[in-house]
Design a protein around this ligand. Structure first.
Ligand code: TYD
Ligand code: MG
Length: 455
């Protein structure tokens, strides 16, 4: 029989090699390659050979069977991100930086599911049960019907879960779990992957919803192989700026609902409070119109959200002026600065540029281009935009303004929050009279005139 071959796996990208190397040749990451125990069981390791497998059952795609009902968490923001509630027999990964509030969120969710009648087991590999209880009491959930365990041995956990057959299991965190069949330390690539595999298989086999907590590395990846993200049905990220009270739960993958949906929470002394109308909160500390401040009417998932972009432009003493961004893509900022210079003749040489999204929100929509350009222009010219105006639209390298989707919803949200004017690209699909006075244009040059004219 052939000797099982040891494999080496990159913990950043999951690339498999036969030899160890200091740097992964697939993704270029340093010190990310770890030895992995050989696959000893299963027909795969020996080749399929002549031995026959079991014949599997087939079933029709056509079926009158209704889909299994989703379980509402009782937390509207969490349900929204899950795509309308938790699906039975599903695996969900909740990732986030240490200390961002994952354990708090999931303990609150556990209590909320339990209140709605679900049997919930919360397994902590990081805290003792007394600690979890203390936290629950602090959150006012001391009398909740959630079952607790502090355990990291997956064999014991799975035996217990098999016997208890709960509706929902929360495992905090996947990096602390270990299997005695895998010969490496907890938190290593092989352990994380094997533990996730066991838990996902359990979820499918027993029809139990499993939620896994995962720590995220500096680069924003779930520590351990990316493969865990592929194994689960849903990947949620819990994010936010440390100094801010907002926390955003974002779905980056969802087999049962739309990806890119967000749920917004506010951190309080008594835990996370839901924020069903985030626009009002993101804008609440906006005072009189300031130069460099522009309100962007964005869409996050299926929901319109208004956020404020703030720019500061100041003479630089550096030979390479500073370009600092928080909450928006740095490369995209460089692009917009270049387009402003090349297509509208407005240069930023010798000027430091700072761009910030208020409230700790992170914006990824290209529709924010125009709002960023407006903020930069307004800061550079020290002229504020009227306080009642929102801006959105995409900017192309040629200096053309491109229409964006869901313009009508953006305007509706703006109107709801008391804005009466909007600047946007020509060609957006908007109603004849939406209650907002619209100024639309199709080139950057016209837009620049419009912004300055308004200032
Ligand atoms: P925790 O849930 O332990 O973070 P994670 O599991 O992601 O590492 O939360 C970190 C700390 O923040 C903890 O001391 C409790 C505190 N906290 C609050 O006081 N209020 C809140 O609403 C949240 C989410 C956390
Ligand atoms: Mg935790």
């Amino acid at each position: 029989m052939a000797k099982p071959v040891t494999r080496f796996v990159c913990s950043a990208c999951g690339n498999v090699t036969q030899k160890w190397a200091g740097r992964c040749e697939a993704c270029g990451e340093w010190n990310s390659i770890a030895e992995e125990a050989p696959l000893s069981q299963g027909p795969g390791s020996k080749g399929l050979g002549a031995a026959k497998g079991r014949r599997m059952g087939l079933s029709d795609l056509r079926s009158d069977e209704p889909p299994p009902p989703r379980r509402s968490s009782g937390m509207g923001e969490l349900d929204r991100v899950l795509g309308g509630g938790l699906v039975p027999a599903s695996a969900t990964l909740v990732g986030g930086d240490p200390g961002i509030g994952k354990s708090t969120l999931l303990l609150q969710a556990a209590a909320s599911f339990a209140r709605a009648g679900a049997r919930v087991i919360y397994v902590s590999g990081e805290e003792a049960t007394a600690q979890v209880r203390l936290r629950a009491r602090r959150l006012g959930l001391g009398d909740s019907a959630v079952q607790l365990a502090a355990e990291t041995n997956l064999r014991d956990i799975l035996t217990t879960l098999d016997a208890e057959a709960p509706d929902l299991v929360i495992v905090d965190s996947i990096q602390t779990m270990w299997l005695d069949t895998v010969d490496s330390a907890p938190g290593s690539v092989s352990q994380v992957r094997a533990a996730a595999h066991e838990l996902v298989t359990f979820a499918k086999r027993r029809g139990v919803a499993v939620m896994l907590v995962g720590h995220v590395t500096k680069e924003g990846q779930i520590a351990g192989p990316r493969v865990v993200e592929h194994m689960v049905d849903t990947v949620l990220y819990f994010e936010g700026e440390r100094g801010h009270q907002f926390r955003i739960l974002r779905s980056v993958k969802n087999r049962f609902g739309p990806a890119d949906e967000i749920g917004v929470f506010e951190m309080t002394g008594a835990g996370l409070a839901e924020v069903p109308n985030p626009s009002a909160l993101f804008l609440s500390d906006r005072d009189t119109p300031a130069p460099g401040s522009v309100v962007f009417a964005g869409i996050e998932g299926t929901r319109p959200v208004l956020v404020e972009f703030q720019a500061l432009v100041a003479p630089s003493s550096l030979s390479q002026p500073r370009r600092a961004v928080v909450g928006w893509d740095g490369a995209r900022l460089s692009m917009i600065l270049a387009v402003l210079e090349a297509r509208a003749g407005i240069g930023f040489q010798g000027l430091d540029v700072y761009l910030n999204v208020a409230g700790g929100m992170r914006i990824t929509e290209p529709a924010a281009d125009l709002a960023v350009a407006a903020a930069l222009l307004s800061a550079r010219e020290d002229a504020a935009l009227p306080a009642d105006t929102v801006v959105f639209g995409e900017l192309s390298l040629s200096g053309a303004l491109r229409p964006v989707t869901q313009a009508e919803n953006r305007l509706k949200e703006a109107l709801k929050l008391g804005f009466s004017a909007a600047i946007l690209p020509k060609g957006c699909n908007i109603p004849a009279d939406g209650g907002v006075s619209v100024r639309s244009m199709d080139t950057l040059t016209l837009f620049v005139g419009e912004v300055f004219g308004a200032g």
